[in-house]
Write a protein that binds this ligand. Structure first.
Ligand code: ATR
Length: 291
């Protein structure tokens, strides 16, 4: 039951019906017994300016921003944090007490937190060491790839090799972000994977209804961590192939859960935790389900 004291936030997208964020934030609100609400906010592209002004006017604490608004919302913010400015994209809006909209980007944070907590068998330092000591291969050069590359650069990755179908997008990523990043062929040859510590898929290939990812893992180093930002299906063909040959794998749902933490904290005042029960709830399963 929502009371008159409820703090309110939501997710702006078009369409927004597919978003898992209401379920995720709703679960945390119930878990921490917070008087609050988090609602889907379908906003057509030509109404985005009105919608952002409306958030502040209606006393919202803020909102998440998803496809197709992440880039266009930047120009509507009163201020941007460093990540949002660098990536040219906002996924979290925090409205301060004066009604100013501050745009943040927590995708890189979510990516790294997920990888570090889920990829090292409980040893957070294990993934850090892999990232810092060996090359990473990133598949894709879109918005998600930018967040991943920036986060890995900041985390001390010595070499990030980016493979993308459209080479101009890789060149633009390298120009905009700098760092130890180089372009490699799409799809990457098997030998490129022999040295890597981390392989990341940021493309939409392997998602339900999309073509498969044309990447062979035959030469992949045995201890390399493989992660896929695609989470539908939860175990993509890439993750399945990696798991079957014994590589550690990290699925993409955790990134979604972790990127939501800073927004929840800013709007509702509690640092929320990512737990197996949360994962199960977001997946629509019971907490004791084996997934
Ligand atoms: P996101 O914000 O999730 O990164 P995006 O910016 O649309 O979304 O990027 C989608 C990524 O998937 C891109 O790297 C895209 O490659 P292109 O830049 O060549 O379009 C990649 N992708 C999508 N469909 C693909 C396909 N059929 N073959 C190869 N790459 C594909």
């Amino acid at each position: 039951m929502v009371s008159g004291k409820a703090r309110v936030a939501g997710v702006i997208g078009w369409p927004v019906t597919h978003s898992l964020s209401p379920r995720l934030h709703g679960w945390w609100l119930a878990q921490y017994r917070i008087a609050g609400a988090y609602i889907p906010l379908p906003v057509a592209p030509d109404r985005l300016g009105d919608a952002v002004k409306g958030l502040s006017a209606l006393g919202f604490r803020g909102a998440n921003v998803t496809v197709p608004h992440k880039e266009s919302v930047c120009g509507l913010m009163s201020a941007l944090d460093d990540s949002a400015r660098r990536l040219g994209a906002v996924n979290t809006v925090v409205i301060d007490p004066d009604g100013r909209c501050v745009g943040r980007n927590t995708d890189g944070f979510g990516f790294l937190e997920n990888l570090r907590t889920a990829g090292g068998d409980g040893d957070v330092g294990a993934v850090d060491r892999l990232i810092a000591s060996r090359p990473t291969v990133v598949l894709g050069a879109g918005g998600a790839a930018r967040a991943v590359v920036a986060a890995l650069t900041d985390h001390g990755a010595p070499l990030i090799r980016v493979a993308n179908r459209t080479v101009e997008r890789t060149a633009a990523l390298i120009r905009d972000l700098g760092g130890p990043v180089e372009a490699i062929d799409w799809p990457p040859g098997a030998e490129v994977l022999a040295e890597v510590g981390l392989l990341v898929n940021t493309t939409s290939l392997g998602m339900t209804g999309q073509p498969p990812l044309p990447v062979a893992l035959d030469r992949l180093a045995g201890d390399a961590v493989v992660t896929d930002l695609v989470y539908a299906p939860l175990e993509t063909e890439l993750l399945k192939a990696a798991r079957q040959r014994g590589n550690p794998v990290v699925d993409g749902l955790g990134m979604l859960l972790h990127q939501a933490r800073p927004g929840f904290r800013a709007w509702f005042g509690v640092e929320p935790e990512v737990t197996p029960a949360l994962r199960a709830a977001v997946l629509g399963h019971q907490a004791n389900d084996s997934r």
